[in-house]
Design a protein around this ligand. Structure first.
Ligand code: UFG
Length: 338
């Protein structure tokens, strides 16, 4: 079965491609390298030992995408990772975020319809829950109007995919990611932030590597046991495997509904300080950090109820915080050598 992975050279995309290849899927990647690097494709080939079909293409370019689909006639599924993802930046560049994240979606959905693709898997985000009143959050928890344009593109995209699946034969699954981190055990794939990282784990690894002076922990006055904010960190390899499970479910006709949503997390929340300690212990290092004011837009506590993913989808996270921190550091060390 041929799967198009849009954004397959990116952080989550590249790990997913490796798992798809291991699962016997025929993978074609498109990426415009806006937030990824060509060497990742070579590393996917090394890790998987398989050949790879790649086309450099911006999925917001409708003509280019349609020509691509005309050549690759038998694509049976699309996984859409090709989005901009910096929460803070999206507040300063809302139009760029809406344009990129929604036009790419329209184009891919139009191609799905025109070329009889059948299955559409979308990267959504736990950001759609905002600061939930009841924890852990289930897929039935209220979805709020996200504070950031980035978050709003995820909410809107879910609604668009739901409506399209209602009106056509397209099957859809949205995976709501919690906090992806960690890297491939080979240290050949991992997160490649451009400029100063926004996310906690790459900031930690860059600080440990001496690229940043110290980590600022945003807020130690939250209503949590140690005062720092709590998130559900999920190993990127576990997350990648969730895509393969979801694809098998869709393509195997096993969905209960034509459009489904799943939380993809571990179900366990850790505070920022716990993550820092776990990093120090996993790698036998000391991290330079300080407490700083809360970051605007951050929520206090968010973690997933994964019952539906575990029981209905048949996927469960296997790797813990120690693996996330160990692999993230191995990847960072590897980068320093290149
Ligand atoms: N943090 C710091 N210092 C840093 C970076 C982060 O203390 O330098 C803290 C944040 O304040 C937060 C926690 O670490 O409490 C996690 O922050 P991240 O930026 O790593 O992740 P977020 O939870 O803010 O956002 C992530 C994804 C979004 C997604 C959201 C869903 O980056 O794409 O989860 O909840 F929308």
């Amino acid at each position: 079965m041929k799967v198009l992975v849009a954004g397959g050279a990116g952080y989550i995309g590249s790990h997913t491609v490796v798992e798809l290849l291991a699962g016997g899927f025929d993978v074609v990647i498109v990426d415009n390298f806006i937030n990824s690097e060509p060497f990742i494709l070579d590393n996917i080939r090394k890790v998987s030992g398989k050949s790879l079909s790649f086309t450099e293409l911006d999925v917001t370019d409708k003509n280019a995408l349609f020509s691509f689909f005309e050549k690759e006639k038998d694509i049976a599924a699309i996984i859409h990772f090709a989005a901009l993802k910096a929460v803070g930046e999206s507040g300063h560049q809302p139009l760029r975020y809406y344009q990129n994240n929604l036009v790419s979606l329209f184009n891919l959905l139009e191609c799905a319809e025109k070329f009889n693709v059948g299955n559409f898997l979308f990267s959504s985000s736990a950001t759609v829950y905002g600061q939930a009143e009841v924890l852990p959050v289930t897929e039935q928890s209220p979805v709020i109007a996200p504070e950031s344009p980035y978050g709003n593109t995820k909410k809107i995209a879910e609604e668009i995919i739901r409506d399209v699946t209602k009106a056509t034969n397209l099957r859809g699954i949205c995976l709501r990611y919690f906090n992806p981190c960690g890297a491939h055990s080979s240290a050949l794939l991992g997160e490649l932030p451009r400029g100063v990282p926004n996310n906690l784990v790459p900031y930690i690894t860059q600080t440990a590597a001496g690229l940043r002076q110290k980590l600022s922990i945003y807020g130690n006055d939250y209503n949590t046991p140690d005062g720092t904010a709590i998130r559900d960190y999920i190993h990127v390899v576990d997350l990648a495997k969730a895509h393969v499970t979801a694809l098998n479910r869709m393509a195997g006709g096993k969905q209960k509904e034509q459009f489904e949503i799943y939380n993809i997390g571990t179900g366990v929340g850790y505070s920022v300080l716990q993550v820092v300690k776990a990093f120090e212990e996993a790698n036998n290092l000391k991290l330079n950090y300080e407490f700083a004011p809360r970051r605007k837009g951050d929520t206090e506590t968010l973690y997933a109820d994964t019952t539906l993913a575990n029981n209905e989808l048949g996927w469960k996270a296997e790797l813990g915080l120690n693996d996330m921190m160990g692999s993230a550091w191995k990847w960072q060390e590897g980068l320093a050598k290149t």
